[in-house]
Design a protein around this ligand. Structure first.
Ligand SMILES: Cc1cc2nc3c(=O)[nH]c(=O)nc-3n(C[C@H](O)[C@H](O)[C@H](O)COP(=O)(O)OP(=O)(O)OC[C@H]3O[C@@H](n4cnc5c(N)ncnc54)[C@H](O)[C@@H]3O)c2cc1C
Length: 467
């Protein structure tokens, strides 16, 4: 038996790692179209200042998070973890920019009872609406519609919409509630309200025993981490996975773009750009689903169409370095509700999260579903840089010129789980099962875009392959 892992982003690297761990000495080829491994994970240092182009923090809570912490521990990276605990300003102060002002989002139970701009009433008023709002029996709907129904329009506009921009650079009016907020959606469908569902779940929640957690997960719990990064940036994780798999003599093919996949009764043939063929018994695809769809178009057009239904959005990322302290309100950063119609999704205060002496480091994110509308189909880096600095002037009053900046236009970088995503996933999995294809899927296109979700999707794909 031999395997191919297609795609050398975080998902492909993790899949190779888990496969080596489960079946040592297993013949394995990792195929990557570009000249490097890591995919969207890129941590660059410019004049000693770290610029994260892709992910910058990882969450330590939940099943998928505990899996990542165990992986980090197994890779020997414990000593390079940099946590932000829950009392740090970056954990407590999350803001939105609305009506030409920054507003702190509520962080305590007490703050729910006070009226705070931009809301017209105390937040508890919106929350209590959930108890009287009627249940609507639907298979799925947009997160915006769901929250609007249960908590009201202001909640949907000022809390959920910017949050979705932060999670997946998405439009809450398009993203599936049955996927991204599955629990809350099911509480309504089952118990008639989110509150009723939440109260029941508190009593049935399983508290994990210490023996079930890695040392690092225990530390995260004890020290109350909010999020964490790694010394050298998140790319340290990708580099460590790469060096682990290289040590295990895996065949890594860089600059190799897979153009077509053909399944035969006893093997799979992958056709590379340039004419080379690679054969294997099974394939783990860690490609963006649309790319996999193109490679399967000839032999399985129906599956190809289902895979290509999962669209992605383009994000402009502008990293900026100023050589003095410029942030007055310390915090994680702020998000912009789409209702404000500003040309940015949000700004992270990188030097508040991870202090850089007297320097200020900020990252401005822009685009998402609105990228083309804002910047056209042939975007210009200068325009994005000017948009970022102009927005920092109006929102934070920063008039200084950055000493260094980096603009990256990340084309189709974040998949969008739009309404009906679960059903589409089910159709994809049923198709693969029905046709008995030795094809296993992982990566950001399917089960969650966060670093934790992606790593867990790879572990699950490997588990499925070996069982
Ligand atoms: C700007 C940004 C910020 C983010 N911030 C966070 C964050 O703070 N926290 C968090 O948890 N998550 C964050 N994420 C999400 C997370 O980083 C990604 O979901 C994750 O890195 C995706 O990994 P992947 O391996 O699934 O996909 P990719 O990184 O897209 O990897 C796919 C790989 O496949 C290769 N490939 C494509 N086509 C072919 C082909 N035909 N043949 C061979 N190879 C091919 C590509 O070159 C690429 O290397 C962020 C993402 C972005 C883009």
């Amino acid at each position: 038996m031999s395997s191919v892992v297609l795609g050398g982003g975080l998902a492909g690297l993790s899949a190779a790692y888990y496969l080596i761990r489960c079946i040592p000495n297993h013949p394995l080829t990792l195929i990557e179209a570009s000249h490097r491994l890591g995919g969207w994970i890129k941590s660059n240092t410019l004049d000693d200042i770290l610029f994260e182009q892709g992910p910058r923090t990882i969450r330590p809570h939940g099943i998928s998070a505990r899996n990542t912490l165990a992986l980090i521990e197994n890779l020997g990276l414990t000593d390079v973890v940099i946590p932000i605990n829950s009392s740090h300003p970056a954990a407590k102060n999350r803001m939105i920019y609305a009506n030409e002002k920054l507003h702190l989002l509520p962080t305590s139970i007490k703050s729910l009872f006070k009226k705070q701009d931009p809301f017209s009433k105390p937040l508890i008023w919106f929350l209590l609406n959930d108890l009287i709002a009627p249940r609507k029996n639907v298979k799925d709907e947009s997160i915006y519609d769901f929250v609007n129904r249960r908590f009201g329009k202001e909640f949907a506009d000022y809390l959920i919409s910017p949050l979705i921009c932060g999670i997946c650079a998405g439009n809450a009016k398009e993203i599936s509630v049955n996927f991204l907020m599955k629990n809350l959606f099911e509480y309504e469908q089952k118990y008639g309200s989110i509150f009723r569902g939440l109260t029941r779940s508190v009593f049935s929640r399983k508290i994990l025993q210490k023996s079930e957690l890695s040392q690092l997960a225990l530390r995260a719990r004890k020290e109350k981490w909010s999020v964490y990064s790694l010394r050298g940036g998140i790319e340290t994780l990708a580099k460590s996975l790469e060096s682990h798999i290289r040590k295990n003599n895996i065949n890594i093919e860089l600059d190799s773009e897979c153009e077509e996949i053909e399944f035969f009764s006893d093997n799979v043939i992958l056709q590379m750009k340039g004419g080379k063929n690679i054969s294997a018994t099974n394939v783990i695809s860690a490609l963006p689903s649309a790319k996999l769809g193109i490679a399967l178009q000839k032999q399985y057009p129906e599956l190809s169409e289902l895979l290509q239904k999962i669209k992605s959005v383009t994000v402009g990322v502008v990293n900026l370095h100023y050589n003095k302290k410029l942030i007055k309100n310390e915090g994680f950063g702020y998000l912009v509700p789409p209702k404000e119609k500003l040309p940015i999704l949000g700004v992270t205060f990188d030097s508040c999260c991870f202090p850089r002496g007297e320097n200020t480091v900020l990252t401005v994110m822009m685009g998402g579903p609105w990228f083309e509308e804002l910047f056209g189909s042939d975007p210009n880096e200068e325009v994005l840089l000017k948009t970022a600095t102009d927005q920092l002037k109006t929102t934070l009053g920063i008039v200084d010129e950055p000493v260094n900046s980096k603009v990256n236009i990340l084309k189709n970088c974040i998949p969008q789980y739009t309404v009906g995503h679960n059903e589409n996933l089910e159709n994809i999995n049923n198709y693969i099962h029905k046709h008995n294809l030795p094809l296993f899927l992982c990566g950001a296109s399917y089960y969650g875009v966060g670093v934790n979700d992606v790593i867990l999707s790879s572990k699950n794909a490997v588990d499925k392959l070996i069982h």
